[in-house]
Design a protein around this ligand. Structure first.
Ligand code: SF4
Ligand code: SF4
Length: 404
């Protein structure tokens, strides 16, 4: 695990402990702290110990200037934005380290910068095949184990807290937001498509997801070991990087369309293209947590007033004020609607039987899912790629010649 991965992990878990403590869940804080110390004691890995030190200092400094952030008593929007930006910064640094590692390999120099394994999270098909290998054959891939771990993590977030991964963690979603804001500065007009255009466009992401499923499920189980041992799989991450660094004409046109969609409408990329968003959207139907409107407190029913502040705050253009609970696969549990509501008791992210998740609670749940499983995987030896550096150095020289 690289320093960037370690610091991100330690910061997220230490922050979760702080939020658990200040929300009164002291046993939860104690248990998480115990797991963290246990993991450190088992591995005694110096980057994790150093990361713990950096995280503790970072949280202590933040506590001096913004104690409300450490306690999680800030507004939902602030909490979400801080999480999003810190995770995006971490992913940016991970991307730079990955690029530096690959460049050194290409030059035939043994990299002094480690490959960040979390980058395997961008290999969802490899992750899907690896999960299939674990379930059907009991084989645990050693080349990109983090791909299976990250896919499992993302699936769990969808099952438990809707598309909160999209709304709170995804760096691409954040980049799309900035692109949209930039476009709005230049062209103020909103271009919302009519329903008959919007619906088929939304189905595009499900088509892409179906393509992913087809690749994973059409591969016979008997062929999986051969695939996992292939040169192609061993450098699937570098192949993916090459695809983005040296795009062909068709790829460039696709990139152009994606950027145009993201700039054209808010969350355009998440809404129309992202297959991860589609997967999480499907899983979100199973999530026990939904945005629920309490009609006894909502100004519309309780006071007979006209109000649609929640709907106007929603980036996914969901008509919140006309529904009792939001089942939509586009809801990213971003809680903007909850923040915008003038009646505290009217709108919640909660289960059917009334268990409510505050923004602080959602942050804890999301961080535990996103970071505790990778830590357990790391301690169990199922995180770091075992592909020898010499093998990657050899394969990167023949990248273009290596096919499926
Ligand atoms: S319904 Fe609320 S939580 Fe869901 S996307 Fe819209 S604003 Fe966010
Ligand atoms: S913003 Fe609150 S009070 Fe207004 S319609 Fe939505 S839920 Fe009701």
């Amino acid at each position: 695990m690289t320093i960037i991965e370690s610091v991100t992990l330690m910061l997220a878990l230490m922050y979760s402990i702080s939020l658990l403590y200040w929300s009164g869940k002291k046993w939860g804080a104690l248990l998480t702290g115990g797991l963290l110390i246990g993991a450190l004691a088992i591995t005694l890995y110096w980057p994790l110990l150093l990361a713990l030190f950096i995280a503790a200092i970072g949280l202590a400094i933040t506590n001096c200037y913004h104690p409300e952030l450490i306690k999680g008593t800030v507004r939902a929007n602030t909490l979400r934005e801080v999480c999003q930006h810190l995770l995006a910064l971490s992913m940016l640094l991970v991307g730079l380290q990955f690029a530096a590692n690959a460049a050194l390999l290409k030059m035939g120099i043994t990299p002094w910068l480690m490959r960040p394994d979390v980058g395997d999270g961008f290999l969802p098909i490899a992750g899907g095949i690896e999960l299939k290998a674990i379930i059907s054959l009991g084989i645990w891939d050693q080349n990109h184990p983090a791909a299976a771990v990250m896919l499992t993590v993302v699936l769990l977030t969808g099952l438990l807290c809707k598309r909160a991964f999209c709304g709170w963690a995804c760096p691409l979603g954040l980049a799309g937001e900035y692109l949209y804001k930039l476009r709005k500065r230049v062209i103020k007009r909103e271009f919302l498509p009519p329903a008959w255009v919007d619906w088929p466009l939304r189905m595009l992401k499900y088509l892409l997801l179906a393509g992913f499923f087809y690749i994973i499920f059409s591969m016979p189980s008997a062929s999986i070991p051969q695939y996992l041992n292939s040169h192609y799989h061993k450098i699937a991450d570098l192949k993916m990087a090459l695809f983005f660094i040296t795009p062909g004409v068709v790829t460039l046109i696709c990139f152009g369309i994606i950027l145009a969609l993201a700039a054209w409408r808010r969350q355009g990329f998440c809404r129309y293209i992202c297959p991860y968003g589609a997967l999480l959207g499907l899983l979100s139907f199973l999530s026990p947590f939904k945005i629920r409107r309490n009609t006894q407190h909502c100004l519309i029913e309780s006071k007979g007033m006209s109000c649609d502040k929640c709907t106007r705050a929603c980036p996914a253009a969901i008509s919140v004020h006309t529904q009792k609970h939001i089942r939509s696969d586009e809801c990213q549990a971003c809680m903007r609607c909850v923040s915008a509501c003038p009646k505290k008791e009217a709108l919640h992210l909660s289960t059917r039987n009334g268990f409510t998740l505050s923004a602080r609670g959602l942050t804890i749940m999301l961080f535990m899912l996103l970071f505790m499983l990778p830590l357990i995987a790391y301690v169990s030896g199922f995180w770091v790629s075992q592909t020898p550096t010499e093998m990657r150095m050899y394969l990167i020289q023949h990248l273009n010649a290596i096919g499926h």
